[in-house]
Design a protein around this ligand. Structure first.
Ligand code: B12
Length: 477
């Protein structure tokens, strides 16, 4: 069927940040947080409806004229579907939907993704949003667009919240699905060249994921709110075939792995690695997420296998050098596991990207800051002159909707965020919690700016800088 006979579905990924913020890593050629990403969320939905609808994928990060593209598609559209995390995407998404609703008041506007899934009722209180799809989107989205195509309402479709006049209704949750039941992510629906980026080990890096969800219950994280600690992984054979296809079709040398809990099933990881070795793709896997309590217990044989299969970099959410903070985050991990993981990675020539945060509500701030500085310094000392093999991200704790630590933050003085727009305008960069004193806040920023990847300093310069910072920390309070 020609596309003009099909109804149009507009899939939109708003800008995640107000201004480009990607900082170059001064020890490698990569950006700290590459903004250009394959819109995996939109492609996951598009694969379910592409046969029957004319699907337009609009990604603000690579389409600077995204507003015009959206308006051009609205005339005969069935719906506008927006994906949003808790960040500036909300503000950009609201602005676009407001403008669209002014011109096309009857065009159904759907929102999905982590933010609307965490706060469905508050999201629907926005006058520019009609339907929220909670959790995994694939099947629910397909059911909703089919219903819209018949001019029906989304009542009884599980996983949906919607407006009926002035009432907001929530249908039952949808069961977490096995991602093997869906077709492959349709990379052919985007211009892949515009999404290929340089990353550390190579020049042609592409985003890919092979599991969804997370089984852990960290109290600061949106993942348990989003998927109720469910997890589903692609069968190893399928994942490896997909990677082989992508590597060959698009000449990809590096896959940036977007899973939240890659090492959850070690037996599966082993099979996957054996298959990757057998295929000999020559591709590297980077940013592979590992939980330190799992990784610190994995046998050396398996880690060596991972390295041979192409795993060159692991991302650890170390989160804190203070045990009380890890406990408050419900991390189920020990500070000592940071060292164990580091030693294992150094032994097997796997780089580390590790993230830490300060500002957890209820902590003794001085102790918290000091422990984090110490732990980061220990990591830097473990790598010495080889700092291009390490990258540390240090941020301030930011409350996310409906998480346990959001509730704790309110008790500790955070003003509740009462509307969708509040979340969109909430400055998550360097969130300054009311319980976090300004002088510590400034010192943490100075420490972060001085870290080798941000300042470009060498190991000796770092040691001098660190001693100076610790002296200043002692003087506070
Ligand atoms: C890639 C990624 C990014 C990319 C951009 C992604 C994008 N959408 O534009 C970048 C690197 C820019 C990014 C940025 C941020 N990210 Co991010 N990111 C991810 C990551 C690793 C993968 C997302 C992904 O593509 N997954 C695969 C797709 C298929 O899954 P999905 O996005 O969940 O989509 C499914 C459902 O959510 C739903 N769905 C999604 N959108 C829509 C839309 C509609 C209409 C429907 C019906 C359904 C639907 O259906 C999809 C299929 O099931 C996730 C963690 C994870 N594993 O998911 C974190 C994650 C989404 N990010 C997160 C956060 C917090 C951020 C930041 C806001 C903060 C930060 N410091 O990281 C920043 C933004 C500001 C900044 N500093 O740049 C949180 C979200 C929490 C929340 N409440 O929003 C996550 C879950 C990580 C975490 N556990 O904390 N991120």
């Amino acid at each position: 069927m020609m596309s003009e006979h099909k109804k149009t579905i507009i899939l939109f990924n708003p800008m995640p940040v107000k201004h480009p913020v990607a900082q170059p890593n001064k020890k490698t050629t990569s950006l700290q947080v590459p903004l250009v990403n394959v819109p995996l969320s939109l492609l996951a939905l598009a694969r379910m409806v592409r046969e029957r609808f004319d699907v337009r994928i609009i990604n603000a990060v690579v389409d600077p004229d995204y507003r015009e593209l959206i308006f051009d598609a609205c005339d005969h559209a069935l719906c506008l579907a927006v994906s949003s995390m808790t960040c500036y995407q909300i503000r950009d998404g609201i602005d676009v939907c407001k403008a669209v609703k002014e011109k096309y008041p009857d065009l159904p506007v759907l929102w999905g993704g982590y933010h609307p899934s965490s706060e469905p009722a508050q999201t629907l209180e926005s006058p520019f949003i009609d339907i929220v799809i909670r959790g995994q989107g694939e099947q629910t989205f397909r059911d909703v667009v089919d219903r819209l195509a018949e001019n029906g309402s989304p009542d009884s479709i599980s996983g949906v919240s919607y407006k009926d006049g002035s009432r907001i209704l929530h249908n039952a949750d949808r069961k977490f699905a096995d991602i093997n039941t869906y077709p492959a992510i349709p990379y052919d629906m985007i211009d892949v060249e515009r999404h290929v980026k340089g990353y550390k080990f190579g020049t042609r890096c592409l985003d890919y994921y092979l599991s969804q969800g997370c089984a852990s219950g960290c109290s600061f994280c949106s993942e348990p709110v989003f998927c109720s600690r469910r997890w589903s992984g692609l069968l190893p054979e399928r994942a490896v075939n997909e990677m082989e296809y992508l590597a060959k079709t698009y000449n990809i040398d590096t896959f940036m792995i977007r899973d939240s809990d890659f090492f959850l099933n070690v037996k599966r990881v082993k099979t996957l690695c054996e298959l990757l070795i057998e295929k000999d793709l020559g591709s590297r896997l980077t940013s592979v997420n590992a939980r330190m309590e799992h990784f610190s217990r994995i046998d050396d044989d398996i880690i060596s296998l991972c390295r041979r299969a192409g795993i060159h970099e692991i991302f650890f959410g170390f989160e804190s050098g203070l045990q009380e903070a890890l406990d408050a985050m419900n991390k189920v991990s020990k500070v000592s596991q940071i060292k164990t993981c580091t030693q294992k990675c150094i032994k097997h020539d796997i780089d580390i990207r590790g993230s830490f945060m300060v500002g957890i509500p209820g902590m003794d701030v001085k102790k918290e800051v000091e422990s984090n500085f110490n732990e980061i310094n220990s990591l830097i000392c473990a790598y010495g002159e080889k700092l291009e093999h390490l990258d540390v991200l240090l941020s301030f704790f930011t409350p996310y909707p409906n998480t346990q630590l959001y509730q704790t933050s309110i008790k500790c003085g955070l003003k509740p965020l009462e509307t969708l727009a509040d979340w969109g305008d909430f400055d998550q960069f360097d969130f300054k919690a009311p319980w976090f004193p300004q002088e510590y806040f400034d010192l943490v920023r100075e420490f972060r700016a001085g870290m080798p990847w941000n300042s470009g300093c060498d190991f000796e310069e770092w040691r001098r800088f660190y001693d100076g910072i610790i002296e200043r920390l002692e003087e506070i309070g």
